[in-house]
Design a protein around this ligand. Structure first.
Ligand code: SF4
Length: 200
């Protein structure tokens, strides 16, 4: 898979959040907005609508299209900042400041795309949590980069599967947009009805 058929950055981040959610949303097209995704959408529109900016000591670009031919990846950065010739992706999220590995993978993949586009190392990114009005600094090298690249590979495998991976009711299900399609409260996956078994 190359840039003609790139994977969305958001899909890889969703996979890190929950592989079942990623499959339901992107392979089955079961994505449905809920109150959290709508709030996130409104936040992003507000951020993107501000246009290009300049603050003392830094330049800013909003809703920047990103791609990597090498990785077969594409998406957007909510904001790209430049300070002293160094560029940083900034991802905006609803809610309070938190340590979310899927958010970190998302900003790491944005950094990988920027590296290829600008031909310079991108070692730091930021996640701005609107509920706290604070930024989390994220180091994009080392284990996070390895996890992001491993997840990217695993997502390609996931999309080849005709069935979603099993899901299990967990705290993260509370805000999940795929909850209705997933039904994590249902019987264990292995006991569920398989319509294939009833075909002649
Ligand atoms: S409801 Fe829970 S298990 Fe189901 S897709 Fe969402 S996060 Fe995953």
């Amino acid at each position: 898979m190359g840039i003609k058929d790139p994977l969305p950055i958001g899909l890889v981040a969703e996979y890190v959040f929950c592989p079942r959610s990623a499959w339901l949303a992107y392979a089955a097209g079961a994505f449905q907005h809920n109150e959290f995704t709508v709030e996130g959408e409104i936040l992003h529109r507000r951020v993107h609508g501000k246009g290009r900016g300049k603050r003392p000591g830094k330049r800013q670009w909003r809703r920047v299209p990103l791609y990597s031919y090498r990785l077969g990846l594409a998406g957007y950065a909510d904001l790209v900042e430049e300070v002293d010739g160094q560029y940083f992706p900034v991802e905006y999220k609803r809610g309070q400041l938190r340590s979310s590995i899927s958010d970190k993978v998302q900003v790491c993949l944005q950094g990988l795309c920027l590296e290829e586009m600008l031909r310079q190392p991108i070692e730091t990114g930021y996640i701005y949590y609107a509920g706290s009005r604070r930024r989390l600094e994220v180091g994009l090298a080392g284990p996070l980069r390895r996890l992001a690249l491993k997840s990217l590979k695993e997502v390609r495998e996931l999309l080849r599967h005709p069935h979603p991976p099993p899901g299990r009711l967990a705290a993260k299900c509370t805000g999940c947009a795929q909850r209705e399609a997933c039904m994590p409260e249902g019987p264990p996956q292995a006991e569920r009805f398989r319509w294939e078994d009833w075909l002649p």
